[in-house]
Design a protein around this ligand. Structure first.
Ligand SMILES: CC(=O)SCCNC(=O)CCNC(=O)[C@H](O)C(C)(C)COP(=O)(O)OP(=O)(O)OC[C@H]1O[C@@H](n2cnc3c(N)ncnc32)[C@H](O)[C@@H]1OP(=O)(O)O
Ligand SMILES: O=C([O-])CC(=O)C(=O)O
Length: 382
């Protein structure tokens, strides 16, 4: 492969960004200069959204008017609800239902005829999308269970309100805080595949609904956001196996299975988000069932230390520990990737807006390896 061809765009710089920075060797992630550890410990998801969208952490008044604006936009149209019901009846996957919902939100967009160059209008549209995603997703889950959707509660923050709409019960403080932290950890991550997808769409000056729908689509794949569901499925496979979890991972490794939740294009060491989520998983295990956390630590220890994967730069990524956290919060397994999207929508919107401020159409090239020019043969002569 010639040097100028960067398969998978590895290492290629295509934009400047103030939003997030990853140090793949040190295992550090910052959003606009703040470490992910400080944000996860001290901020709410709404504060992080504000930081990403407005460039600074909000003061109390700014946060209050920002959360009010988000809260006001939580309801979704009856058309979206009935579509969620139909898709639930058809046993559609939640990520596909979410992709459809985001696309449908634009039908009730009050500023749908805004000039694409009006980035304040785009931000307001993005805020509407971000506020509505939890409502549509929770409604889909309720319909799947044969229940009616639960109306959003204006007195609850985005994370607690989502859990409330999902179950009909107000979550306890530990569940609400853990889930809020998970949303913070997933909000942004440089030019990952789904963010880049949104930026490519945004670079044509298409609307933000299209960009976020594209982001959801790209995130759904098992090499990207879909891995969090796959990790939990592996843990359940281990639980149901006749083998003990240590034997299971030994056998899986011998069979050459690629374990989801390991490996990353940018990190050569353990993802800092995985460290935080591992702590949350351990805490939940101390007050509940310990086996899920135990399975993950056994896999991590075996692969990284005994099989030496960490020396090859393959270590747990964010998806490795989020599954056992969500499982212990009682969230259905196929909602894990939509939850990732719920959070990452904030990052997609931030990157699209940042790029559109000084927009240039994104349009790379492929090296042509097909035949040289040849003679066209009419169909009757072929
Ligand atoms: C939120 C996120 O998107 S985080 C990533 C979520 N995805 C996953 O967890 C799925 C599992 N992981 C993977 O498939 C990959 O590590 C990716 C897709 C994340 C990164 O892919 P790339 O940067 O293209 O790395 P690539 O697939 O080329 O792998 C490089 C080497 O690491 C190995 N490797 C990568 N991931 C793993 C893994 N999970 N288990 C074992 N080996 C792995 C590959 O076999 C390859 O080895 P080789 O050079 O000896 O052939
Ligand atoms: O950065 C990436 O390639 C994948 C990832 O961890 C994320 O999107 O959070």
């Amino acid at each position: 492969m010639a040097d100028d061809l960067k398969k998978g765009l590895e290492g290629v710089l295509v934009a400047e960004s103030d939003l997030s920075s990853i140090d793949g060797d040190a295992g550090q992630l910052i959003y606009r200069g703040y470490t992910i550890e400080d944000l996860a410990r001290g901020a709410s998801y709404e504060e992080v959204l504000y930081l990403l969208w407005h460039g600074h952490l909000p003061n109390a008044d700014e946060l209050a008017s920002f959360t009010d604006a988000l809260t006001e936009e939580r309801t979704v149209s009856d058309d979206v609800l009935s579509t969620m019901e139909r898709l639930a009846d058809a046993e559609e996957r939640p990520m596909a239902a979410l992709r459809t919902a985001v696309s449908m939100f634009s039908a009730t967009e009050p500023e749908s005829d805004a000039d694409p160059e009006d980035l304040d209008a785009t931000l307001r549209q993005g805020r509407r999308i971000t506020a509505k995603i939890p409502t549509a997703l929770a409604a889909f889950e309720r319909y799947r269970l044969g229940d009616e959707p639960v109306d959003p509660r204006p007195d609850l923050g985005l994370a607690a309100n989502f859990l409330y709409m999902l179950t009909g019960e107000e979550p306890n403080d530990i569940a609400a805080e853990t889930f809020d932290q998970a949303l913070i950890l997933h909000a942004d991550h440089g030019l990952n595949a789904s963010t880049f997808t949104s930026m490519v769409i945004g670079s044509t000056m298409a609307d933000i609904y299209s960009a976020v729908t594209g982001g959801v689509s790209a995130l759904s794949g098992p090499l990207h956001g879909g891995a969090n569901q796959d990790v939990m499925e592996v843990l359940i496979e281990i639980d149901e196996s006749d083998l003990d979890h240590r034997e299971w991972i030994e056998q899986a490794t011998e069979e050459g299975r690629r374990i989801p939740g390991f490996g990353h294009r940018v990190y050569n060491v353990k993802d800092p988000r995985a460290k935080i989520l591992a702590e949350r998983s351990e805490e939940l295990a101390e007050n509940g069932e310990s086996k899920w956390y135990n399975y993950t630590t056994t896999i991590e220890q075996y692969l990284t230390e005994e099989k030496g994967l960490v020396e090859k730069g393959i270590a747990p990524n964010v998806d490795f520990y989020s599954g056992s956290v969500y499982y212990q919060l009682g969230i259905p397994i196929d909602m894990y990737t939509p939850i990732f999207a719920m959070s990452r929508a904030g990052g997609w919107i931030a990157h699209v807006l940042e790029y559109q401020e000084d927009n240039r159409l994104i349009r790379p090239r492929a090296r042509y390896t097909g035949p040289d020019t040849r003679e066209f043969v009419p169909i009757d002569d072929r």
